[in-house]
Ligand binder design. Structure first.
Ligand code: SF4
Ligand code: SF4
Length: 89
């Protein structure tokens, strides 16, 4: 399941550099996550980095993007052609 950023976001930018899929960017009001690039950190880390680092807990699972671990890993492979995942579930 991709993550999303809620309106609790204070635009501190801390999460942007943590995302190895480059899924996070600055939006018009708050930071945003591109669901097509978010793998819940599958392929990179054991747990979602943005959620861990966010000081106001604004990074949360997005129920509109239900995906299993295999789907998320497939997404990771498509984002990182030729690379080996650092973490697989
Ligand atoms: S959960 Fe991981 S892949 Fe998804 S936006 Fe956050 S840091 Fe990026
Ligand atoms: S770390 Fe949290 S508060 Fe900071 S930009 Fe990301 S979502 Fe917003």
């Amino acid at each position: 399941m991709a993550y999303k950023i809620t309106h609790d976001c204070i635009s501190c930018a801390a999460c942007e550099a943590e995302c190895k899929n480059e899924a996070i960017s600055e939006g018009e009001e708050i930071y945003v996550i591109d669901p097509d690039r978010c793998t819940e950190c599958v392929g990179n880390f054991e747990s979602p980095k943005c959620a861990e680092i966010c000081p106001v807990d604004a990074c949360v699972p997005d129920p509109d993007h239900e995906e299993g671990k295999e789907q998320l890993l497939e997404k990771w492979y498509n984002l990182h052609p030729g690379e080996t995942p650092a973490y697989t579930p």
